[in-house]
Ligand binder design. Structure first.
Ligand SMILES: [Zn+2]
Length: 252
């Protein structure tokens, strides 16, 4: 179901154990070869595929494109909510759902910069409604739900999500090739090792001049199709678990 097509009496009449998904993404630079709306377009496609399988068992809110992308602000065109503002907006979105009676609420994320605020928002909301024993508040990022594409798709070299990388460029080639510009001539940018085991604070220009991280050259629409299939299946699997939740156990 799509929230944006429903009337308020239809929402009021829903079984409130129906999971509601809030897709969250971004509008930020994706190197010289990919469009600013990359994360939103890719998550939109993952959601579209997942929605087709789940039909009327899950409600999907419209994708919220404004993300936490302040680390990309040195690159023109990026639009971003600052981290604290973003945190409050996510809490409001999820809390609105609670106000309407929903108990199973999932932030479904498609942008690296939203991972920390997404988890924090749900964590804070849980503390705020600590008297409630019947809510399941989750945040999840579509490429971190289990699939290891490089282990199952022939030809995929990359082992983790980068930025405007082999994976993202492949998926964009699958859905909107007219928006990809000469990725074959784009030089790779190494992922780097950060300051592991510590977590280094960074801005994007610390890591990359062109804006991408990874190697977009081997991207292809065929790889993109395989990635979408894996990621959409992962999302469906997660939402099946949310549907099957018995109200108590972690792994019902
Ligand atoms: Zn991206």
């Amino acid at each position: 179901m799509e929230l944006l097509e429903m009337t308020w009496p239809q929402v009021a009449a829903l079984d409130k154990n129906t999971p509601i998904v809030l897709p969250i993404a971004a509008l930020e630079q994706h190197g010289r070869h990919m469009p600013l709306f990359t994360d939103s377009l890719l998550l939109g496609e993952v959601v579209r595929r997942a929605r087709e399988s789940l039909k009327d068992r899950v409600v999907f809110a419209p994708l919220f494109w404004l993300g936490n992308s302040h680390h990309h602000l040195d690159f023109p065109g990026t639009l971003s909510a600052s981290p604290r503002v973003y945190l409050d907006v996510l809490i409001d979105l999820a809390e609105n759902c609670m106000t309407h009676g929903f108990r199973r609420i999932v932030l479904l994320n498609g942008h690296g910069g939203n991972i920390v605020p997404g988890s924090q928002a749900m964590f804070e909301l849980r503390q705020k409604h600590r008297e409630r024993g019947d809510v399941l508040l989750l945040s999840a990022t579509y490429w971190s739900l289990g699939s290891q594409p490089n282990q199952v798709v022939p030809g995929i070299a990359q082992g983790q999500m980068g930025h405007a990388c082999e994976w993202e460029t492949s998926m964009m080639l699958r859905i909107a090739p007219q928006l990809v510009r000469e990725h074959e001539k784009t030089q790779p940018v190494p992922f780097g090792k950060g300051f592991s085991p510590a977590t280094r604070a960074w801005i994007t220009k610390d890591r990359t001049e062109p804006g991408h991280i990874g190697d977009p050259r081997p991207a292809s629409a065929e790889k993109g199709e395989a990635l979408f299939r894996l990621f959409a299946a992962d999302v469906v699997k997660l939402l099946e678990r949310v549907l099957a939740w018995d109200g108590k156990e972690w792994d019902a």
